[in-house]
Design a protein around this ligand. Structure first.
Ligand code: SF4
Length: 226
């Protein structure tokens, strides 16, 4: 059985740098990040879409696409992810990128070993000591570190990304993270957007100041709507 897909976007110009992609958003996530914008996927309110219909849509548009993105929610929590990606690759011949929160190093290792994924974007929520606060649940950060180490050594196209939420993090946290992320490859800081977040308190939360972040973190890519 395929991973439950709660939303499907085709095409997307934003989800894989430099590529036109189709994005499959998986239902379910073990985290409850207060700043998350995907409540329907995370809390299970999204209705599963027909995988066969998604495949049929992909077959018609494969010629216009450069890749597929498995996003969420958290795709790697589903044991059927390898089989789902195998099917997608067989049907489309397209490379695959995985978006993950890094909680499943065993799944990442298996996907990399079988060469089922070509690129990975991993969210690194913040400094390890703040992880459970930022993920909204208790997190075994050894698992996060294992995923980061695995990806750093993998040779795949890897992007680490952190959403800066001024109401939950300090600038000192970002400086600590810059040290943690050095020598790990590409790390980008995303600007938090208030709006329909999981935690009601953040819906009117403070927005980051991009100019201040650029001055604080020279050389680090700052992303997001300003
Ligand atoms: S932001 Fe957090 S809760 Fe939302 S999908 Fe990502 S890991 Fe899950």
């Amino acid at each position: 059985m395929a991973v439950p897909i709660g939303a499907f976007l085709n095409p997307s110009f934003l989800d894989w740098d430099g590529r036109v992609s189709a994005v499959l958003f998986c239902i379910g996530c073990p985290f409850r990040c207060p700043f998350c914008h995907n409540a329907r996927l995370v809390l299970g309110g999204a209705r599963p879409r027909s995988f066969n219909r998604i495949l049929s849509s992909l077959r018609k548009t494969t010629g216009f696409l450069d890749g597929l993105v498995l996003s969420g929610g958290e795709p790697a929590m589903h044991s059927s992810l390898p089989e789902t990606i195998r099917t997608l690759r067989e049907e489309t011949g397209l490379p695959v990128k995985l978006d993950t929160n890094g909680l499943y190093p065993e799944m990442l290792a298996a996907l990399l070993e079988e060469k089922l994924i070509d690129a990975v974007a991993m969210d690194v929520k913040g400094p390890m000591e703040s992880y459970s606060l930022l993920a909204g649940v208790r997190v075994d950060t050894n698992r996060i570190r294992r995923s980061m180490d695995l990806l750093t050594r993998s040779g795949a196209e890897v992007l680490f990304r952190t959403t800066y939420v001024p109401d939950l993090m300090t600038e000192r946290d970002l400086l600590e993270m810059r040290l943690m992320m050095q020598d790990r490859g590409r790390w980008v800081v995303q600007l938090f957007r208030p709006g329909v977040t999981l935690a009601k308190e953040l819906r009117q939360g403070r927005k980051p100041d991009p100019d201040r972040l650029r001055a604080l973190l020279p050389g680090v890519e700052i992303r997001g709507r300003e």
